[in-house]
Design a protein around this ligand. Structure first.
Ligand code: COA
Length: 325
C-alpha cells in the first residue's frame, strides 16, 4: 500500500518583530491582557515582503532538505488566504522561482485549516499513484488584511510560511488517518477580504466591503474547542491507537486557552501539545507547518513517532491528521 510521508519541513518568517508593547502604542491594549487571553507575546510582521516571498523561501528550504531535484517535483500546492494576486497562484510563483518545470501547481483556500487541506489533496494524488511527491506550503501575510485600529483582532495575527516535502512510501509510515470537515452555515463568524461587485454599471464604494478580518471571537472559540476535540477523537479511533500512543500534537496556534481546553477534554498531557504562538501569533495556514518545522528542527521527533496535526479556521473548516514519522 502506498502512503504519503513527510521527508522534510521548512519555514520562513519576516525579520520584523512586533511585541505586545509595540501594539499597546497603537491600540488600547496591554501585554498582560494579550498574554493572559491568548498566550501571544510577539509576532513577525512583513516589512514589505509579500506572501510569495515567504512561500518561495520555504519551498526552497524543503526542497534542499529533502535533497530533491527541482525538475523531479510533481506537485506544488500552496494554502493561503492572503496571496499576492488573484492569479497567478502562489504555487505557480513558487514553481517559476524554483524551476520545478515538470510540476502541476495550484493554491487551495481553507483559511487556518489550509495546510491540512493542501496536505490531504497531495496525499490523495500520491496514494493513488498519480504523483510521486509534492511540495506543500501554508503561507500568509495577514498583516495586510488586519485592521490595525481594531484591538480585538490586530493582537492575534502574524505573518509567516511553513511547509513540507512529501513523497510516496511503501514502509507503512506517513499519513495513517485523517478527518477534514466544513461547516458553511457558520461562514459569517470569521471573514476577510470581501470584494463587492463593482463595475461600469454598478457603482460601489470600496468602504462597503468587509475587507479586513472580522471575527466573532467567542463563537470561534466554541467551534474550535468542539471540532478539534471531536476530530482528534475520530482520527485516534480511525488509526486504531490511543491518545497515549501520540508523541506530539501540533495544533493550530490560535490561542493557548483553546489548546488547554482541547488537552483537558481529550485527557491528554498538555506538554504533548507543541506551541510557538508566543513568538509568532496566529499565522493562519502557516501555523501548523511552522510549528511542525520547529519541533522537527529541535530534533524532538524520532522515526516511528506518531504525530497529530490539527487545524481549524474560517469557512468554518477543520482538519486533523495522524502521521507516523
Ligand atoms: N486588549 C484589551 N482588551 C481587549 C482586547 C485587547 N486586545 N480585545 C478585547 N478586549 C476587551 C473587550 O473589548 C472586552 O471588553 P468589555 O468586557 O469591556 O466589553 C473584554 O476585553 C473581553 O472581550 P472578549 O471578546 O469577551 O474576550 P475573550 O476572553 O473572549 O478573548 C479572544 C477574546 C479573541 C482572545 C478569544 O475569544 C479567542 O481566542 N477566540 C478564538 C479566536 C481564534 O481562535 N481565532 C482564530 C481563528 S482561526
Amino acid at each position: 500500500m502506498i502512503t504519503t510521508r513527510i521527508v522534510a519541513t521548512g519555514a520562513s518568517v519576516p525579520d520584523m518583530v512586533v511585541t505586545n508593547d509595540d501594539l499597546a502604542k497603537i491600540v488600547d491594549t496591554s501585554d498582560e491582557w494579550i498574554v493572559q487571553r491568548t498566550g501571544i507575546r510577539e509576532r513577525r510582521i512583513s516589512g514589505g515582503e509579500n506572501t510569495s516571498v515567504l512561500a518561495i523561501n520555504t519551498a526552497r528550504q524543503v526542497l534542499e532538505r529533502a535533497k530533491a531535484d527541482s525538475e523531479q517535483v510533481d506537485l506544488i500546492i500552496v494554502a493561503s488566504v492572503t496571496p499576492d494576486y488573484g492569479t497567478p497562484s502562489l504555487a505557480c510563483m513558487v514553481q517559476k522561482e524554483l524551476g520545478c518545470v515538470n510540476a502541476v501547481a495550484f493554491d487551495v483556500v481553507a483559511a487556518c485549516s489550509g495546510f491540512m487541506f493542501a496536505l490531504s489533496v497531495a496525499d490523495k494524488y500520491i496514494k493513488t499513484g498519480v504523483y510521486r511527491n509534492a511540495i506543500v506550503i501554508g503561507a500568509e501575510t495577514l498583516s495586510k488584511i488586519v485592521d490595525w485600529s481594531d484591538r480585538t483582532t490586530c493582537v492575534l495575527f502574524g505573518d509567516g510560511a511553513g511547509g513540507a516535502f512529501v513523497e510516496a512510501s511503501t514502509e507503512g509510515d506517513g499519513i495513517l488517518a485523517e478527518e477534514l470537515g466544513s461547516k458553511g452555515e457558520l461562514c459569517e463568524i470569521l471573514t476577510e477580504g470581501q470584494t463587492l461587485c463593482a463595475n461600469a454599471f454598478n457603482e460601489v464604494s470600496p468602504d462597503e466591503a468587509a475587507y479586513y478580518i472580522y471575527m466573532d471571537g467567542r463563537a470561534v472559540f466554541k467551534f474550535a474547542t468542539k471540532m478539534v476535540v471531536k476530530s482528534a477523537a475520530n482520527v485516534i479511533e480511525q488509526a486504531g491507537i490511543t491518545a497515549d500512543d501520540i508523541a506530539y500534537v501540533v495544533p493550530h496556534q490560535a490561542n493557548a486557552r483553546i489548546i488547554d481546553v482541547v488537552a483537558h477534554k481529550l485527557k491528554m498531557d498538555r506538554e504533548k501539545f507543541y506551541m510557538n504562538m508566543d513568538r509568532y501569533g496566529n499565522t493562519s495556514s502557516a501555523s501548523v507547518p511552522m510549528a511542525l518545522n520547529e519541533l522537527n528542527e529541535k530534533g524532538l521527533i524520532h522515526r516511528g513517532d506518531k504525530i497529530m496535526l490539527t487545524g481549524f479556521g474560517g469557512g468554518m473548516t477543520w482538519g486533523t491528521m495522524l502521521v507516523q514519522w
